[in-house]
Design a protein around this ligand. Structure first.
Ligand code: C2E
Ligand code: CA
Ligand code: CA
Length: 712
């Protein structure tokens, strides 16, 4: 573009320069013609104003005249003809170029000569009116004429005395006529002198488009011919000179612009790619490549609109990995990531083109199944998921069992909106988790009632805790016996809630609700204080208190414990904190709390051992005092060799690690006998005593010895 503009500007300016030059040459040529006329007159005066000439013409001294007017004027001034006309109009002398016949020449100038001579004589008669100038001393008459077909200046001058010594009658003098052709020699002279290229004379205008024409006019104003030449065009010369440069610049510019455009295009392409990948990133989970929550939500909205009133059904599945945090914490993040990717692949393969799979949280997936006729079909799909996940994932030489909980919501005709669909799937998932995980549950309307019920329980628990319900909450204590001497080693404090309407609500139900509602810290603080207050009555035995991991993960937890010990006066050694294996997770805060408790002298037991994901190696690193073998293993002691071996392994491991082992949930004499054989340190269970009130503990303490099936 720039180049075209530059080219246009150059052309415009050079063209303008050419026009100026052409005009100037035209003016110059006209000037040369007029100067030539003056020059001829001036040349003539060198001989016409001279006594010798007057005498020579009067005497008809032709030899003298030939020499001074003829040869001299031709040689010196390049005049082509020289004539002298007497006052009686007779031609007294003629000098013409060698190749032209005298008579012919004069014949052709006779007519112009006559009028010029007459004009001159008039001027001579009125000599007073003549004003001599620096160039000319005498009047003259001249014209431009065609002489013998050629343009010529014919100039008339009077032959007069220069001294005034010769008497003359004004108007009666001899007249000298000089002829100078304006072609041939004249034109080649000015061609050289003024650069009028190829200048020529023509009677008609036969110029070409590239030539300049100047008309030649006689004194009467008639055009008698044309001078034609190729004008000097400085602009075009410059233009022609600059053109290659301009072309080079143009090519370079075009190359630069093309290069720039290519770069721009590449840049645009990479920008578009970056935008596309950013858009992809914004809509997808980077780990699995699955759509993320917002992308999934958009898709659900679209599909719901599509399905409106078409009789199509869709199912929304909330898939939640059970115990993912433990896997992540105990086996490391790479294992967690591998598990997530593996599940993503399995789900993607199962769903295929029949829906969408998305990852909407750390261990949460959603699946939207399209064209599902009824909830039952979605449940068949859930079975397929469980089938697909039955095979454990191998990672780092270890097996990871995949356990999922799934909530399913179904909708036909796009009748419910996305939020409601998600809510229903969420409620169903919650139910699946709360009834034991590793299963799927389809939403039904009753669940909303259950959900409401849960919220009511939450509110009631809050009230109970804030003493509005007075003694709804209380602690029972279950004795723990030492097998070495069959005496009470301690008691485990277990919470009870007597709801005014629903009766006894088990801790397995309300503790998760308290955790979810953020009430667990308060509830735990209440338990700890009540347990320590009670424990002050039994200074010889340990009081075990169950602590939720959520409490334990709190930086202020240990501070609160030591405050309670201070307030109640209980010795730290008397207190035992029971935490589940999840506490062994990598949370630095949990480990810090553990360390600080130990530093205070408080004992720590790992509860429900064997149900979580802790590795024995990891357990060794943690500074705990005791392992409580989960009831499920003790349960099978009578029947299952596997359980026996498991319990043996746990007890052996505990001892190797310098820990004590307590078996919980001992219900039979057989179990007790096995536990004795296996070297278990402590036992606890209905076989000895159910959890009982504090008063009953006093009684049990009085009995000291283990009483089988003693007190309820
Ligand atoms: P846990 O810590 O494993 O407590 C032992 C549970 O097993 C108690 O149930 C107890 O009554 C029961 N149990 C004891 N012996 C036997 C037996 O021989 N057979 C059977 N079938 N069960 C036996 P409970 O009191 O219903 O407590 C359930 C769970 O609730 C506890 O399990 C504990 O995890 C939690 N929990 C109870 N009280 C508290 C508390 O104050 N704070 C916290 N954070 N959790 C508590
Ligand atoms: Ca416990
Ligand atoms: Ca337990």
């Amino acid at each position: 573009m720039l180049n075209f503009a530059g080219f246009g500007l150059l052309y415009w300016s050079t063209h303008g320069a050419d026009q100026v030059a052409i005009d100037r040459q035209g003016r110059l040529f006209a000037r040369v013609i007029s100067d030539t006329r003056n020059l001829i007159a001036h040349d003539q005066e060198s001989v016409t104003v001279w006594d010798d000439t007057v005498n020579a013409v009067r005497k008809r001294d032709l030899e003298w005249l030939d020499w001074n007017l003829g040869v001299w004027m031709e040689d010196y001034f390049h005049h082509d003809g020289s004539f002298v006309v007497a006052p009686d109009d007779r031609l007294v002398y003629a000098y013409v170029p060698e190749n032209i016949a005298n008579a012919v020449f004069y014949g052709t100038i006779q007519e112009p000569a006559a009028s010029l001579v007459a004009e001159l004589r008039d001027k001579m008669r009125n000599i007073e009116a003549f004003e001599p100038d620096a160039n000319l001393d005498t009047p003259g008459a001249a014209d431009v004429r065609i002489i013998m077909g050629r343009p010529a200046i014919v100039s008339a001058k009077p032959i007069i005395s220069d001294t005034g010594d010769i008497e003359e009658v004004p108007g009666q003098q001899y007249t000298h006529l000089a002829v100078r052709f304006l072609d041939d020699g004249f034109l080649s002279e000015i061609e050289q002198k003024y650069q009028f290229d190829g200048i020529r004379f023509s009677r008609i205008d036969d110029s070409s488009a590239l030539e300049k024409v100047l008309g030649l006019h006689d004194e009467g104003g008639d055009t008698i011919g044309y001078f034609i030449w190729t004008p000097y065009l400085p602009g075009s010369t410059v233009f022609a000179y600059l053109l290659p440069l301009l072309i080079v610049i143009g090519v370079v510019l075009v190359a630069i612009v093309a290069g720039y455009l290519i770069l721009l295009r590449r840049h645009n392409q990479s920008r578009l790619q970056a935008e596309a990948s950013m858009l992809h990133l914004a809509k997808h989970d980077p780990l699995t490549g699955l759509p993320n929550r917002s992308h999934f939500n958009d898709s659900v909205d679209d599909i719901l609109v599509e399905h409106q009133s078409k009789g199509h059904g869709i199912a929304l599945l909330f898939v939640d990995l059970d115990h993912f945090k433990q896997i992540n914490d105990t086996m490391g993040h790479p294992a967690g990531d591998a598990l997530i990717c593996n599940i993503a692949d399995r789900l993607r393969n199962l769903v295929g083109n029949n829906g969408i799979v998305a990852r909407v949280g750390g261990d949460e997936f959603t699946v939207l199944l399209t064209n599902v006729d009824e909830l039952g079909a979605a449940e068949i799909f859930c079975d397929a998921i469980f089938d697909a996940c039955r095979k454990p994932l191998r990672f780092g030489g270890r097996h990871i069992n995949i356990r999922l909980s799934i909530g399913v919501a179904f909708c036909r005709d796009g009748k419910i909106d996305r939020n409601e669909l998600i809510r229903r799937a969420d409620v169903a998932l919650y139910r699946a988790k709360s009834i034991g995980r590793n299963r799927y549950v389809g939403f039904d309307e009753n669940m909303d009632a259950a959900q409401r019920e849960k919220r009511n329980i939450e509110a009631d628990l809050r009230r109970a805790l804030h003493q509005q319900g007075q003694d709804q909450l209380k602690l029972l204590f279950q004795p723990i016996y030492r097998l070495s001497d069959d005496r009470i080693r301690g008691v485990e404090a277990l919470m009870r809630w007597q709801h005014p309407e629903h009766g006894n609500i088990p801790p397995d139900t309300f503790i998760p609700i308290a955790e979810e509602a953020g009430l667990i810290r308060e509830l735990g603080a209440w338990v700890l204080r009540a347990a320590c207050e009670a424990g002050m009555h039994w200074p010889d035995i340990v009081v075990a208190v169950n602590v939720s991991v959520l409490e334990f993960d709190d930086p202020d937890y240990v501070g609160r414990v030591s405050q309670v010990l201070q307030d109640t006066g209980m010795a730290p050694e008397q207190l035992e904190i029971e935490v589940t294996e999840t506490v062994m997770a990598n949370s630095p805060q949990c480990q810090l709390s553990l360390k600080e408790l130990k530093a205070l002298g408080i004992k720590v037991a790992i509860d429900d051992f064997g149900t979580g994901f802790s590795s024995l190696g990891r357990l060794r690193q943690l500074d705990v005092d005791l392992i409580k073998i989960d009831r499920s293993f003790v349960d099978g002691l009578d029947q299952s060799g596997y359980d026996r071996e498991m319990v043996r392994a746990i007890i052996d491991f505990a001892h190797v690690a310098g820990l004590e082992a307590t078996a919980e949930g001992v219900e039979t004499a057989g179990q007790l006998s096995y536990l004795r054989q296996l070297g278990c340190d402590h036992v606890q269970g209905y076989y000895f005593s159910r959890p009982v009130g504090a008063a009953m503990v006093d009684d049990l303490m009085g009995l000291k010895q283990m009483q089988v099936n003693g007190v309820v």
